[in-house]
Design a protein around this ligand. Structure first.
Ligand code: SAH
Length: 504
């Protein structure tokens, strides 16, 4: 190592067991602001996507055919990176100090005088059990718990099974799947009741979670050892019986479903969170990006117009930015009637302190015409700030009624993906249950990307659309629309996904 002083701090951050929502608040804010991220196999892609695009991401875990970077090299890598970057996050599954070798990394960082901090995470040994419906302690069943490694290969020291077998509390074995035959036989041999329940929890807290139950004596016959997907852990104890009552996670309506969200990055998190809350595993696959156009709004537009119609959430945000750029704020809208195309746009306006005067019952341009046909006269003047490319139905209709001005304040473009970034994402589609689309342009870009990279879909992945315009685009490009939301809102799309998932 050269002797350059470190300029940064290394944060040993626990990522939690699987559900990205289990990352702590502190961990999340570090992840979102780090300059360098060192991570391993248990870290989900969705969590990596939270780091800034500019951050250097270094994978140090095992690849399919490869070996993991030796621990000594990881320790030195962290020291080295702290010389160049201010915030280095070392992200580890679960908690960094629970069989995460975080202690060793801390020791080496200390020895090299590199400042470091630890951000604890929810360990799979506790959080993973909770998602499997197993409370690690329970007043009637277990008054202690004990977490062991089940990995004995490199450890010369085995557990003292005469002691372990006597423990009355819940026993959790991490890194233990290949040792299940040994662990169960040792426990029986040293006196643990052969009928003690055991469970294997695989991929805890993710939509791939699987739980297999048995007893110490029947484990080898009943557990599908060999087919258990990693990561997985073994639990031994009476608390496993509680699963019948406490299995909340696997009972969620979208549990086990893999769903892609194709909205623009800034908008996808809301829908993703709604889907995750119902148990789905979400892949964010942005198929549109929003680009502001140079501010065209002028005082004159406001002075001339009597009404302002907002046809999208983006339109609201971009309009407010333009207003701000003119050194104005929402008081400049005094006296104008405001229309929102639907509840999402309406809620977005409310964030700026504006309650729309009009909202159609059908959240489309047709719906606006239906609502406004009796409410306009020739003295009205409508300002429509929105996307550069918009259907002309509304403006064609307004031609014969009153004056209007359509102000292109943003455009939706095809997102730009780095080399090697998009193809792995597109290749995941075949393994999904649903791909959701909230706009025709997202559909078009999706189609273009598939064609460009010569990817054809073979699976039965289902396409779910937010409404008729999006569905028409899907159909026109030859895709089967499995479901189309009615009304055209994310809430309705979610409801229909749930109904569909439960019916099959
Ligand atoms: N620091 C981690 C443990 C690292 S050792 C923690 O606190 O959870 C790796 C072992 O953790 C795996 O072999 C497996 O036994 C367990 N593990 C981690 N994540 C898991 C998950 N989502 N589901 C089941 N077991 C998990």
């Amino acid at each position: 190592m050269n002797s350059k002083q470190s300029i940064g701090t290394v944060y040993l951050v626990g990522a939690g067991p699987g559900d990205i929502g289990l990352l702590t608040h502190k961990g999340l804010s570090l992840l979102k602001s780090c300059d360098c991220l060192v991570y391993d196999r248990l870290i989900q892609d969705e969590m990596l996507a939270l780091a800034p695009a500019s951050c250097e991401k270094i994978y140090v875990g095992k690849a399919a055919s490869n070996h993991a970077m030796p621990q000594e090299d990881i320790n030195l890598l962290l020291c080295e990176k702290a010389k160049h970057f201010k915030t280095v996050v070392r992200l580890k599954g679960g908690d960094p100090y629970v069989f995460g070798r975080g202690g060793e990394e801390g020791e080496v960082l200390r020895a090299h005088q590199v400042p470091f901090e630890v951000v604890p995470g929810i360990s799979s040994s506790i959080g993973g059990l909770a998602y499997a419906g197993i409370p690690i302690t329970h007043r009637n069943h277990a008054s202690s718990f004990h977490v062991f490694t089940g990995h004995f290969k490199d450890d010369s020291k085995d557990h003292d099974w005469s002691v372990v077998a006597k423990i009355e509390g819940t026993l959790v074995f991490l890194m233990s799947i290949s040792s299940i035959p040994y662990i169960t036989s040792q426990l029986i041999q040293f006196g643990k009741k052969a009928s003690t329940p055991v469970a294997v929890v695989s991929n805890a807290a993710s939509s791939d979670q699987q739980v297999f139950e048995s007893t110490l004596e029947k484990a080898l016959d009943e557990l599908p050892i060999g087919q258990i997907k990693s990561p997985a852990l073994l639990v031994v104890g009476e608390v496993i019986h509680m699963r019948e009552t406490l299995n909340w996670f696997e009972s969620k309506p979208l549990f086990g479903k893999k769903i892609a969200v194709t909205r623009a990055t800034a908008q996808s998190s809301k829908f993703s969170a709604m889907l995750r809350a119902q148990g789905a595993s979400v892949i964010e696959l942005p198929m549109i990006a929003i680009e502001s156009l140079p501010h065209k709004l002028e005082q004159d537009h406001l002075a001339k117009s009597t009404q302002i119609w907002f046809t999208s959430e983006n339109g609201v945000h971009e309009f407010m930015k333009s207003l701000w750029a003119l050194d104005l704020d929402t008081r400049a809208l005094f006296g104008h009637k405001i229309l929102a195309i639907g509840p999402t746009t309406s809620k977005c306006l409310e964030q700026y302190g504006i309650r729309p005067d009009f909202m159609p019952t059908r959240y489309t341009q047709e719906g606006i015409i239906e609502l406004m046909k009796t409410k306009l006269n020739a003295s009205d003047s409508i300002l429509i700030p929105g996307a550069a490319v918009m259907r002309s139905l509304l403006t064609d209709w307004l031609e014969d009624i009153c004056t209007y001005e359509k102000l292109a304040i943003y455009q939706t473009i095809r997102p730009i993906y780095g080399k090697d970034e998009l193809v792995p994402l597109l290749n995941k589609i075949d393994a999904l249950d649903y791909v959701t689309f909230a706009s025709g342009s997202a559909v078009r870009h999706f189609h273009e990307f598939l064609e460009q990279h010569d990817i054809s879909l073979h699976s039965k992945v289902k396409f779910a659309s937010i409404g008729p315009i999006t569905s028409d685009t899907l159909k026109a490009l030859g895709y089967h629309v499995h479901l189309s939301a009615e009304p055209h809102t994310l809430e309705a799309l979610l409801t229909q996904l749930i109904e569909d998932a439960q019916s099959c």
